[in-house]
Design a protein around this ligand. Structure first.
Ligand code: UD1
Ligand code: CA
Length: 455
């Protein structure tokens, strides 16, 4: 069937109290309008999004999404918004599906069923039942339970407010009928707006759906958080069905774009974002956030670790409290321990940096042991310089590499050294001041101090 979808997104979004367009606010990591567009694409052949001229951020966000725009000049209500879309359509005599940009949870299946069941009617809508219907338009039925009209919250009397069957704001309308009905709208109501709800005439077909969760309209930040929770939980359950252990699906925040293989275990309060893949057998402990990264098989990411745009090779252990900044490429069997920060490095197979270290702009070979407190001094205040460390190098604790500097294979850097010159293969490099021991010095010093105090 030929279906054209109109998505309304030109509203002011006042209740959000935000500088940002309402429909660009993210629900579970993805702008809410994107959910609506994805759903619309699955049930229709053409999409028109109604925006207003001031929504530059929204307009550029929607570029290249294969949709058309209609511009609503003044925000005179949902009826006026649809009018703007209708004006932009020159010739058409099929069905129009109307969706709101602030309803990201609607499922394809519900829309498909709705379209199928209502295709023989001139105008129909979806209703559902909310435990708390506050804010929604109420479905008013006559004595025979047939549809009579929709009454908005602000126009409703006390009795009508008690009705919990609500208008989801989803309609299927014949284009010709829609055009005529819009012409007849007036704004004689509490908000002085042209209500789209008034196009639905008494006796019209109402498709009632039990599952109300998917029809949440996001008008404020409370609904925003509520909708996010629902989506995050759904995603978590889906991963669980596919062999991922999630200790607490209520506190597991996974973006739609993330891939997780089976036998991964995820502890509470974990955020997995963007283009991230977690391969088979990994364990992600509490408080971890991973963005645009690949974690290869059988890695353990310990508590409170942040990984950004990095690659962690198989069988590695990262954290607790480690920070892999963009461009950290770990080749596998690695250990990055407590309070270690890395940035733009390659770290060869089997290499380790277990404690309190900064490695930036470095090329580090295989089986290198980086001692506690090691720092690559990569920045001279003007530009960044590189540290290159060969295979099998042993770096003692508290070493500074003043880059640019190269350490040959198999070298040993003594603890406490500041390395400013290249070190040849298999050499020992040591830059410590010589130690002096003065025997019996402490008792004499203490005696002198206490005499002074007596005075
Ligand atoms: C609307 C319905 C209400 C329904 C609810 C479902 C009307 C009058 N009311 O109320 O019956 O229960 O949705 O969530 O239709 N918009 C424009 N231009 C405008 C005004 C709004 O494009 O001038 C867009 C908004 O950006 C939004 C959508 O239309 O995406 C709905 O508008 P909103 O103000 O959120 O309507 P509700 O009060 O939620
Ligand atoms: Ca709304």
């Amino acid at each position: 069937m030929n279906i054209l979808t109109i998505i309304l997104a030109a509203g002011k979004g006042t209740r959000m109290k935000s500088k940002k367009e309402k429909v660009l606010h993210k629900v579970a990591g993805k702008p809410m309008i994107d959910y609506v567009i994805d759903t619309a694409k699955n049930v229709s052949n053409k999409i028109i999004v109604v925006v207003n001229n001031e929504q530059q951020e929204l307009i550029s966000h929607l570029q290249n999404k294969n949709i058309d725009f209609a511009f609503q000049e003044n925000q005179l209500g949902t009826g006026d918004a649809v009018k703007a879309a209708v004006k932009a359509i020159s010739e058409y005599n099929g069905k129009v599906l109307i969706l709101c940009g602030d309803m990201p949870l609607v499922e394809d299946e519900s829309l498909k069923e709705f379209i199928e069941k209502s295709k023989d009617n001139k105008v129909s809508l979806i209703s559902t039942f909310m435990d708390d219907p506050t804010g929604y338009g109420r479905i008013i039925r006559d004595g025979k339970k047939d549809f009579l009209k929709i009454v908005e919250e602000k126009d409703a009397n006390e009795l009508e407010k008690k009705i919990n069957e609500i208008n989801t704001g989803i309609y299927l309308v014949d284009f010709q009928y829609l055009k005529d009905a819009l012409e007849k709208l007036n704004n004689n109501n509490a908000q002085g707006e042209y209500y789209l709800t008034d196009i639905v005439k008494p006796g019209s077909f109402v498709f009632s759906v039990e599952d109300s969760e998917q029809f949440i309209g996001i008008n404020d930040r409370i609904a925003l958080s509520h909708a996010s929770k629902i989506i995050y939980r759904k995603r978590a359950l889906n991963f669980m069905k596919n062999g991922v252990t999630i200790i607490d699906p209520e506190t597991c925040y996974i973006d739609e774009s993330v891939k997780i293989e089976k036998d991964v275990t995820i502890y509470p309060n974990v955020y997995l974002e963007g283009n991230t893949t977690i391969e088979e057998g990994c364990t992600i402990y509490p408080g971890v956030r991973i963005i645009d990264s690949i974690i290869k098989q059988n890695c353990t990411i310990k508590d409170n670790t942040l990984i950004e745009e990095s690659n962690v090779g198989e069988n590695s252990t990262i954290g607790p409290m480690a920070h892999l900044r963009p461009g950290s490429i770990l080749e596998g069997d690695n250990k990055i321990g407590n309070f270690v920060e890395t940035k733009k490095i390659t770290f060869g197979k089997g290499s380790k940096a277990s404690h309190l270290t900064y490695l930036g702009d470095a090329e580090i070979g295989k089986n290198v042991n980086v001692g506690c407190g090691t720092i690559t001094c990569n920045y001279d205040g003007f530009s960044k310089h590189k540290t290159v460390i060969g295979d099998d190098v042993f770096v003692g604790s508290d070493v500074q590499f003043v880059a640019p500097v190269k350490i040959g294979k198999g070298a040993l850097i003594a603890a406490g050294s500041t390395i400013t010159k290249d070190v040849p293969e298999d050499a020992l490099a040591i830059t410590r001041a010589e130690q002096k021991n003065i025997e019996g010095w402490v008792p004499k010093w203490k005696a002198k101090k206490s005499k002074k105090q007596e005075k």
